[in-house]
Design a binder for this molecule. Sequence first.
Ligand SMILES: [Zn+2]
Length: 504
Amino acid sequence: MALAEYFDRAAQAAAHAIAGFDPGAFRDTLERAHVGVTFGAQAATRAEGRALLDLTVRLLARLYPSVRIATDSRGGLDADLAATAREINPRIDISEGEVSHVIVVGDDAPRVGRVAFFVGSEQWQFGFSAATPISVGRSPNPIGAGGAACLGAANLFRSIVQPTPQLDRDLRVSVAELLAGAGVVPDLRDVRDDGRTALAGLGAIGNGVVWTLARTPLEATLHTVDAQVHELSNLQRYVLPRVADVGKAKVDLAREHLAAGAGRITCVPHRMRWGAFVNAEGFTWDRVLVALDSAHDRRLLQSSLPRWIANGWTQVGDLGVSTHRFDGSGPCLICLYLEHGQVMSEDEQVVRAFGLSVDDPHLKLVRDLLYRGAPPPRTLLEEISHARSVDMTLLEPYAERPLRALYVDGVCGGGVISLSQQATPGRDAHVPLAHQSALAGIFIAAAYLLDVLGIRRDTRQLLHLNPMRRFPDEPVREFTKDARCVCNDEAFVGAYRAKYPPRA
Ligand SMILES: [Zn+2]
């Protein structure tokens, strides 16, 4: 039994996710955890159950050295899941041994393990409970199942690594309701997208989009755009690749996965960046699913003026999805990612990273200090010291230096906030956990399917949550256009409207 060979990357991701991170202790914690997944005939024979199990195993096998797969159903699904786990981590132990934490899928699963997390789904709805089994639905819709897998993996992770775990209470959440309003339960059968649709980016989030779409009955042509090949370090946080896929172009693996899926999606791979893609294939796109990882690339993509955009993101303590129409009442994608913008701002990331509450006084103070390159006042250092349980003597050297230095050294660089050198991420690198990125991808896919079904959501709202905390009561947040953005300019809006005249 051993941790995956790409484990160090997992340690980086966890470094961001857990305050006071110690990679040695993290390694020990994972090696002590004997996690499992258990299911009965219900999950084994229903599409939602099989999707939920598939994603659960894909998530667990990347992080834990020992994953038991227990079932009383016949049909060999347990052997298939074990094979998937071994392809992801050839060193994994899939034994019959004792299990400390188990994810229970469906309401007829045999019980193993001391700590159980029950997950289930019904179409767009995912369910979680720490007390009661939950059934899985028969629909061909993988959204609820995918969400349940991520929520199960998130609770399992928090229960293992957090000293006082933030576990979800009994939860039933409809992704369709979150994205499109109460009472919406659209049927996915016979769903067809006749438009020009592209998926930009096949990183961790894009993998989540592909996993989801491959399991829907959607009929569509999907252009996938990504220039890179899979590296070993990707395996920690991507849901699709196996060790054998290292070196393969990301667009090729996505095409294989979509071809093997349940749907009728014709995948057209483009191994290039977005700019080259639109130069070659044209600038008129009805829907673009944005799974890019930099603000710059997102602004560039929006400036090519697609008709509709679903954008997903992960950052420290946050994941989410937003949708955009350039001439809508809500912000465009550039608004969202303008420097010092209102939502994805660096100030908010910094405030979160220091463990401070994200409120106006903190945001204003941090924004001002970052902008002026000024050092933090002593009161702010004391707050950080308290919030992060860091000794004040370690922070004092930063009283004379710009606040950014404390952020770069202390949070990103392995200084005062107890990251060892071994787990030092690159300065801008944020390596999210697999379940965090997967959930962002599932949300993008859900927003896309709803738009294809003609169920439009208000583009002034975005959906986001912190994967290290309980599922929020109000994950939907309002936001507005940025007055400095080009989407306020009549010339740009006119060009957009000329490109996409209202349909008859
Ligand atoms: Zn804008």
